[in-house]
Ligand binder design. Structure first.
Ligand SMILES: [Zn+2]
Length: 581
């Protein structure tokens, strides 16, 4: 779903912003821990050489060709793609990754088209809002009409419960059947030492946390039994304008198929335009800006608006039967083979849009970078593992997931229906879009500082003569926009990296120019194709690094851990305390 929400965009925009000097953490904890003397074991270093630029390019060229029809879930393009990946797995000598003996995990999806209405009544006056212009709303319920009548509207601030910050916006209020009105992003608390900045000790300062994402807001509303949740759209806090909300939510919405109550969404999730929200609050005799300010305090309590909401959502839907592709290398240690490192890359993209002008090739979303390149990476890493003289101690799983572009759905499905114990899954390494512009001095970690896996990345990167930096613009939440997020959410530590902006032998503005150009002309467009001027030398180093990181954990004696303050630590700790999982 949500073109606004997915994969590489955050990181690309970040590269564009770097000239402004907003990235860089050469003095970050991760780079300090890097041991410049580390070298890969000889066998591993040799196996890493199996990863080559021509092989990456070959896989990308095939997957991004017209024949694969843009790889949309549920289409002929899906069959072509999943067949290709499973055949490659077989050729590489991977075992079927599904314990049922196949290379596939079925992922039932549903695409829903919703036509919503919304009105509210306050002080005896009813105001009807205009769909799309004033609000967007849909329903994940597979019911032709979803109605919410006279649901009391409650402003719940940021809607956050974060025990690590002693934060609870709900204060135990019973919100069943209510319509929650919530702010986007996480609480922007000024730094007591310098009010022009955000407090680095609260919600990771300027960086967006899980609590700031719209997915979190709707999950909380569902958990609390609310009937509907309206997120107030604000351009800066959301990091995209209202038009993006209107365009991406006004269309078909995809979800993992389930009947009845959806655990991640209330019956009606919605967004509302800021101007309309101010009017609603004014009609309720309240001041939106004053309440927004009040929501920056731990003492904030939900505020009843004295208004009721009426929603009606007319739904039509279609089933989409899709698949994850999964292969594995069984560990060679009798005990440790029951522990896992899982590599992921999404195989899907946006298919064909026949309304676009020109010849057929101009209608196909080729998705060469996004994410034929990630799938190519997955296959090359599997090749490197197979080039080792013996399998690693722990088992390695290779998972090509579906429907990332529709909302991380294939990864979400795997995380909810894991084929191997998540408790015994030590690490997820995700690949979404490779660097096609040459070698970089550093590796950029998306979500740097969340887990000790960063230290492994720093050590291996140092062995390549490279440093580690934070991926720029953490405030737009790149960490939450690709498949590793679904693993993090269920507690599994993750690694998600990018080439940094520090291109070797290029001018300072090179990264920004390339990123601006990609975002303007290729990102999520039919023109995301293989380019003759690509330089995959940096990608090869990145992919070799990811191979060595997984291998290090597969052979090592310590489990990657979430660091204190990471949103997912409590979940992992609970999981590890329960040996039944
Ligand atoms: Zn994408």
């Amino acid at each position: 779903m949500k073109i606004n929400s997915q994969c590489m965009l955050g990181v690309l925009l970040g590269a564009a912003a770097i000239v402004g000097g907003c990235a860089i953490s050469a003095d970050s904890p991760a780079s300090k821990t890097s041991a410049a003397t580390w070298t890969a074991p000889a066998d591993a270093a040799l196996a890493a050489k199996a990863i080559t630029a021509p092989a990456l390019l070959n896989h990308i060229s095939i997957l991004a060709s017209d024949d694969f029809e843009g790889r949309s879930p549920g289409t002929r393009g899906e069959t072509m793609t999943t067949d290709y990946i499973s055949r490659q797995f077989i050729q590489l000598g991977l075992k079927p990754g599904n314990p049922d003996g196949s290379y596939f995990q079925s992922v039932p999806l549903v695409g829903t088209l919703s036509k919503p209405t919304l009105s509210y009544t306050v002080a005896g006056k009813t105001v009807a809002l205009k769909p799309n212009d004033d609000f967007v709303a849909w329903s994940p319920r597979l019911e032709s009409t979803v109605s919410i009548r006279n649901s009391e509207m409650v402003f719940v601030g940021y809607g956050v419960v974060a025990p690590e910050y002693g934060w609870d916006d709900y204060k135990g209020m019973d919100l069943r059947g209510k319509t929650l009105v919530m702010l986007i992003n996480d609480p922007a608390i000024p730094d007591p030492k310098d009010p022009s900045k955000l407090d680095p000790n609260m919600f990771q300062g300027n960086a967006m946390t899980y609590y700031g994402r719209w997915t979190y807001k709707y999950e909380m509303a569902a958990k609390l039994g609310a009937a509907a949740a309206i997120i107030v759209h604000e351009t800066k806090a959301a990091s995209y304008p209202y038009e993006v909300v209107r365009n991406s939510w006004g269309r078909e919405n995809f979800a993992v198929k389930m009947t009845g109550v959806h655990p991640d969404f209330p019956a009606v999730p919605a967004w509302m335009h800021l101007d309309r929200t101010r009017e609603l609050f004014r009609a309720s005799g309240l001041d939106f800006d004053a309440l927004k300010k009040a929501a920056l305090s731990k003492d904030f309590k939900p505020v009843k608006l004295g208004a009721v909401a009426n929603f009606e959502v007319k739904n039509t839907w279609q089933d989409v039967a899709s698949k994850n592709v999964i292969g594995m290398i069984e560990g060679n240690d009798p005990q440790l083979k029951n522990e896992y490192i899982i590599y992921t890359a999404h195989w899907d993209h946006f298919g064909i849009d026949e309304t676009l002008p020109g010849p057929r090739t101009n209608q196909i979303y080729h998705g060469a970078v996004d994410n034929a390149s990630g799938v190519a990476t997955l296959l090359e890493i599997a090749k490197a593992y197979r080039a080792l003289p013996t399998a690693p101690k722990r088992s390695i799983i290779f998972l090509a997931v579906t429907a990332e572009e529709r909302g991380l759905l294939g990864a979400q499905y795997y995380a909810q229906h894991p084929l191997y114990s998540l408790r015994k899954t030590l690490l997820n390494i995700n690949m979404d879009g490779i660097n096609t512009w040459g070698r970089t001095r550093d590796v950029a970690i998306v979500g740097l500082g969340k887990s000790t896996a960063d230290d492994v990345v720093a050590r291996i990167a140092a062995g390549q003569g490279r440093g580690v930096v934070a991926a720029p613009r953490p405030e737009i939440g790149g960490f939450y926009r690709s498949d590793q997020f679904e693993f993090a959410k269920v507690g599994v530590p993750v690694v998600y990296t990018k080439g940094s902006d520090s291109y070797i032998g290029k001018p300072a503005n090179y990264a920004a120019e390339k990123a601006d150009d990609f975002v303007a002309h290729s990102y999520h467009k039919v023109s995301d194709i293989v380019r003759p001027d690509w330089d995959l030398s940096g990608a090869v180093e990145d992919v070799q690094m990811l191979f060595l990181v997984g291998l290090d954990v597969a052979q090592g004696s310590s489990y990657p851990q979430w660091k204190p303050g990471a949103e997912f630590k409590a979940r992992r700790d609970a999981m590890m305390a329960n040996p039944a999982r």
